[in-house]
Design a protein around this ligand. Structure first.
Ligand code: DIR
Ligand code: MN
Ligand code: MN
Ligand code: MN
Length: 302
């Protein structure tokens, strides 16, 4: 099996600077080498070009900050992820803030749509990322990717590569959520996507939650993508991220979910986002994130 690692050093979608460094942090933690050791071929590692904040006019306010820059990044990234699949590679996208997922998943979903297949989606996050321009309190695009993939919001973002919504609500699961904006709540309910909150994980346990998630994202689909925002984990596990929310998923629970994802043999691709090495203790968050990615790609103890 062959994996293409795609680096997207974007921090324009968030208020805190520094998620662009997440790409480096994960590479320094040995992602490529460790996947190779597991027996994967890691081919043609590429990066998508992202302009720095300093090189652009200031955008301190607005409905959708750095819209044109992020749109370009997402359009370029969609072409790259689709091309990776066309070449028989499994796309592994490392970020960068979560705005990049509009691009990565648009390319992946479009590839399968052309073949008549639907893509499932596991969204691991402390946040719902279901804001749209006009309801978002921050104007930060990293709080808007899931809504756009479902077809809500800015028409140029929803229309990347094709005009159809990239993902159907019945194929989406949000997990780890514990910080949702007021108006975002309404859109989540309206969309009908399934949400597993921290309470669900506490009451049912991650083993059962994982089984239920995988049932949903594999039913009627060709496979599923995992969009992994490291802030879904507890801040004690992942201190190196910009919008920490206490009471998150433990290291062991996250490993269990991802090991079960691997066991299905149906994971098509993965994003690893929101790592911020400037807020980290050493490089511990990136090192743990790499270990979690290895679980998603089938690493087990024995
Ligand atoms: C918040 C934060 N809901 C927003 N979102 C974050 O700005 O829309 N997503 N941090 O990961
Ligand atoms: Mn997110
Ligand atoms: Mn988040
Ligand atoms: Mn389905």
């Amino acid at each position: 099996k062959s994996i293409q690692i795609i680096g997207v050093p974007v921090d324009l979608g968030a208020s805190r600077r520094g998620t662009d460094g997440g790409v480096s942090a994960v590479r320094i933690a040995g992602l490529g080498e460790k996947l190779t050791k597991m027996g994967y071929t890691v081919t043609d590692e590429v990066d998508v070009a992202v302009p720095s904040k300093e090189s652009r006019p200031k955008e301190t306010t607005g409905n959708m900050r750095f819209r044109s820059e992020i749109l370009q990044v997402c359009q370029d990234l969609a072409v790259v992820t689709k091309e990776a699949l066309n070449k028989g590679n499994l796309p592994l996208i490392i970020g960068g803030d979560h705005s990049l997922a509009i691009g990565s998943i648009s390319g992946i979903a479009d590839y399968f749509q052309e073949k008549g297949g639907e893509l499932g989606l596991v969204w691991f996050d402390a946040h719902a990322d279901m804001n749209i321009p006009g309801i978002s309190p921050s104007g930060n695009i990293h709080g808007m990717p899931l809504s756009h993939l479902l077809g809500y919001g800015d028409k140029e973002f929803t229309g990347i590569l094709s005009v159809n919504p990239k993902i159907k609500p019945e194929n989406v699961v949000l997990v780890g959520v514990r910080d949702i904006d007021e108006k975002e709540k309404e859109l989540i309910k309206q969309s009908g996507i399934k949400v597993y909150s921290m309470r669900d994980i506490d009451e049912l346990g991650m083993s059962r939650v994982s089984d239920e998630i995988l049932e949903i994202v594999t039913k009627g689909t060709v496979g599923f993508h995992v969009s992994f925002d490291v802030d879904g984990c507890d801040p004690e596990v992942m201190p190196g991220s910009g919008t920490l929310v206490p009471g998150g998923v433990t290291y062991r629970e996250a490993h269990l979910l991802l090991e079960k994802c691997a066991e299905t043999g149906l994971m098509t691709s993965m994003d690893l986002v929101e790592l911020n090495p400037f807020l980290d203790k050493g490089n511990i968050s990136a090192e743990r994130a790499v270990s979690l990615v290895l679980s998603a790609f089938g690493q087990s103890v024995l």
